[in-house]
Design a protein around this ligand. Structure first.
Ligand code: MSP
Length: 511
């Protein structure tokens, strides 16, 4: 197999337990990982936790814990969440692992040997919460505090000896790189944001700190720890065993096909990361996709506002697949979105229970009663059958182009539309009135089953557990799912045994 795909989530700060924003980054990444897998790619899907730096050190101190012990506990809640979200990740990296620390030091040494690093003094504003340096024009005064204009987090004055990365030197090469790779940053609006930031001038970047110790040591000077973003970004290669560049994993999967991130961390991924890599002579990743935020009401979630949405509470109440479906369908990918019980319930009722669940139930029970639990034979397609199959096929062909640009909503809308058409087809064709015309009745059921099969495959990356339940009708197991088989209109073999379907989604009744 030579088609390969490497996808990553951001690695999360284990400063507090995970919230809906983290779940969102992970679920969208899992969607692409699973989709590529059934498209025949060998996929490597990475997630993990970002455990160094002042933010974590302070959070640990507040709880009176050793940083590592503190990270062990919270990192575990992220790892548990990845199971609860049914992520198909191949690895979970922690930046406190040796394999990672060694990679960071290796990258540092290469940058140093290429004279990309020098020692000087930093004085300026720093936000511990964002782990970011800000220029004077990027901060404002509010309530007597200095804050970052973009994130709203407090900044503090830092003045200390620091190693610098010659970022300014990479301004022109980066602009050229964006030009040569017009889809490196998506969506388009984010790309323009990054380009104008780079065009406005890049200053050299402080990449070490001396005033605290919780981090990876600078190899040549152990009074300094490496800036947490240089440390964190390296996870994407350390998980491929970058310390040994000749190993199979690194050779096969680097450069990454896509880093999925939130828009708040675009600058680190789309400016600093490719600059570090270009400077070290390593290929940059192929794409950075900056998604929007999941808002709580109209605001970004934050501890101080007390408006954190807990994915586990929602999953306990409604189930995982409804949450996955909602986030992928109702949030316009790339933009901000929000979630509320009412919206989630209406989505479960209309799309999952009524549209999809109902189609499966009624076709299967009609088939069982009138034909038996087997794929019908004596099939002869008429115009109305060919119409629905061809319409599916034609629209499906334009899907790939959209999905290669991460247009999740196009994919989801296609499914909803086809479900609607399939329900309508079954109603209009009235197989219950064709009991005297077996060929016709069988054909209608056959076509409906084919469409259920196709749509259930398409739903696999979105709602894997429910899709697998539905595919059990046809004895299709996870390992057998092939996206390309969707184009086959006679995949189902007449007379083969089929199975009853479990209830997929319960309608939510509010009295
Ligand atoms: N540790 C860094 C990432 C390092 S990647 C080399 C970090 N961690 S984070 O835990 O603060 O955030 C991780 C991801 O969650 C980011 O992509 C961020 O955008 C996303 N979200 C955090 N809150 C969010 C929402 N409210 N909505 C959607 N995603 C947001 O940043």
């Amino acid at each position: 197999m030579n088609k390969k795909f490497y996808i990553t989530t951001p690695i999360y700060y284990p400063s507090a337990k995970p919230h809906m924003g983290h779940a969102y980054s992970s679920i969208v990444s899992d969607f692409f990982a699973r989709l590529k897998k059934i498209q025949g790619y060998e996929v490597f899907f990475l997630t993990g936790t970002d455990e160094h730096g002042q933010k974590i050190q302070r959070a640990a101190l507040q709880k009176n814990k050793e940083p590592l012990k503190f990270c062990d506990e919270i990192s575990k809640t992220f790892k548990d969440l990845s199971k609860i979200l049914n992520l198909s990740n191949n690895d979970f990296i922690r930046t406190t692992e040796n394999r990672h620390k060694e990679s960071v030091q290796k990258l540092w040494k290469i940058l140093e040997s290429k004279k990309e690093i020098y020692l000087s003094k930093y004085s300026g504003w720093y936000s511990v919460s964002d782990e970011a340096f800000y220029n004077e024009d990027e901060i404002e005064e509010d309530d007597g505090f200095k804050k970052s204009k973009s994130s709203g987090s407090k900044v503090e004055w830092v003045e200390e000896e620091s190693f610098f990365f010659k970022l300014s030197k990479w301004q022109e090469p980066l602009l050229k790189f964006y030009k040569d790779n017009p889809e490196f940053i998506l969506p388009e609006a984010r790309k323009n944001e990054v380009i104008s930031f780079v065009e406005s001038g890049l200053k050299d970047l402080s990449i070490s700190r001396k005033s605290f110790t919780w981090g990876v040591k600078v190899p040549s000077n152990d009074k300094h720890v490496i800036y947490v973003w240089l440390d964190a970004l390296t996870n994407y290669i350390s998980a491929l065993n970058y310390t040994d560049e000749n190993n199979e994993l690194y050779k096969k999967f680097w450069p990454a096909d896509i880093h999925i991130i939130g828009k708040d961390i675009l600058r680190f991924h789309a400016v600093y990361w490719p600059a570090f890599l270009l400077a070290a002579g390593i290929k940059p990743p192929k794409r950075i996709y900056g998604h929007g935020w999941i808002l709580s009401g109209d605001e970004k979630m934050s501890k101080s506002k007390g408006n954190i949405l807990d994915p586990i509470e929602i999953i306990e109440k409604y189930g995982l697949d409804p949450l996955r479906y909602y986030l992928l369908k109702e949030v316009s990918f790339g933009n901000d979105g929000n979630i509320s019980n009412e919206k989630l319930e209406s989505c479960i009722n209309s799309d999952l229970a009524n549209n999809y669940g109902n189609l499966c139930q009624r076709v299967l029970s009609f088939c069982e009663k009138n034909i038996g639990l087997k794929i019908p034979n004596l099939v002869e397609f008429k115009n109305e059958d060919l119409n629905i199959l061809e319409n599916f096929e034609n629209n499906f062909r334009s899907l790939n182009l959209n999905i290669d640009k991460q247009n999740i909503n196009f994919y989801l809308n296609f499914i909803v539309e086809q479900l609607f058409k399939a329900n309508k087809y079954f109603n209009d064709q009235e197989p219950w009135k064709k009991k005297n015309d077996k060929k016709r009745m069988n054909t209608i059921v056959y076509v409906s089953l084919e469409i259920i099969r196709k749509i259930s495959i398409m739903l696999y990356p979105i709602i894997p557990e429910s899709s697998l339940k539905a595919l059990k009708i046809f004895n299709i197991l996870e390992k057998d799912i092939e996206f390309a088989s969707i184009l086959d209109n006679e995949y189902l073999l007449p007379e083969t045994k089929i199975n009853k379907i479990e209830i997929l989604f319960n309608k939510i009744k509010n009295d």
